[in-house]
Design a protein around this ligand. Structure first.
Ligand SMILES: Nc1ncnc2c1ncn2[C@@H]1O[C@H](COP(=O)(O)OP(=O)(O)OP(=O)(O)O)[C@@H](O)[C@H]1O
Ligand SMILES: [Mg+2]
Length: 240
């Protein structure tokens, strides 16, 4: 496991540096913003293809910082001049509308169920080069929607309009013993994307959960582009 961890591009956000969900907009000179810019640089180095590229953010468990990372990476890419779309594909616990102060009365779910187009969903950008697609009302069948042909079409259309498309996902591992298994949502997203950024919490994510997550994604043919380790203590315990 140690060597698997060492081989990956890795970006850390230290616990003491974390200054709120949208540091890149609210505190651009702060150390957390610097970390998200490093993440941008690392991602652009690791992605071997020219834009467009579609990247999924997921994690082994809940609340490890996926949405926070997705929002700040999206802002950092837009600040560097890339046309960027953040799509809230966490149809279980959507959050990006809150991060950007938007209504979630409509969103991706409407494109997947009601015949709306991606274009219908694009709103006034919060900053130049950045568009957000909110999730919309929580559906009863998130995995089916994300596994649908319509979702593939939406991702294909997003590639024609943007340089980078970030898909914020639900987590991968179901709670409980390993035999209980995994949620398919991140795998559906990853199969339509060019790679996955794995978001971890230095205090909470176990090595076993990380190993199972990497194994599941790689067995499904996904490319893990890097690790983002949140909540790193100066004492460097846990995953560090
Ligand atoms: N680098 C960080 N350091 C400390 N706390 C963080 C960091 N990044 C995010 N957080 C906090 O962790 C919590 C979870 O963040 P977030 O909602 O982004 O996680 P998530 O993985 O998207 O959760 P979910 O599984 O519900 O989608 C929030 O309270 C957020 O403010
Ligand atoms: Mg989230």
């Amino acid at each position: 496991m140690g060597s698997q961890l060492k081989r990956r591009a890795r970006t850390e956000v230290a616990k003491d540096d974390f200054s709120g969900r949208l540091a890149t907009l609210d505190d651009p000179a702060g150390r957390a913003s610097e970390a998200y810019r490093s993440l941008r640089a690392s991602l652009l180095r690791t992605l071997t293809m020219a834009p467009p590229a579609v990247v999924v953010l997921t994690s082994p468990g809940p609340s490890e910082g996926k949405s926070t990372t997705c929002a700040n990476l999206g802002v950092a890419l837009a600040q560097a001049g890339y046309k960027t779309l953040i799509m809230d594909c966490n149809l279980r616990t959507p959050l990006l509308h809150k991060v950007f102060g938007l209504s979630n009365s409509y969103g991706l779910v409407d494109v997947l169920t009601n015949g709306h187009s991606l274009q219908d969903l694009l709103r006034e950008p919060p900053l130049a080069n950045l568009n957000i697609v909110t999730a919309g009302p929580i559906p009863p069948n998130p995995t089916e929607l994300l596994g649908s042909r319509r979702f593939s079409e939406v991702v294909r259309e997003a590639r024609t309009r943007f340089d980078y498309v970030l898909l914020d996902s639900a987590h991968l591992l179901a709670a409980g013993p390993p035999s209980i298994g995994t949620f398919a949502d991140p795998l559906e997203l990853a199969s339509r994307a060019d790679g996955v950024l794995l978001v971890l919490d230095a205090q909470d994510t176990t090595r076993d959960a990380l190993r199972r997550t990497m194994h599941t994604l790689e067995s499904a043919g996904s490319s893990i582009l890097g690790l983002v380790v949140n909540n790193v203590e100066p004492t460097r315990r846990g995953l560090t």
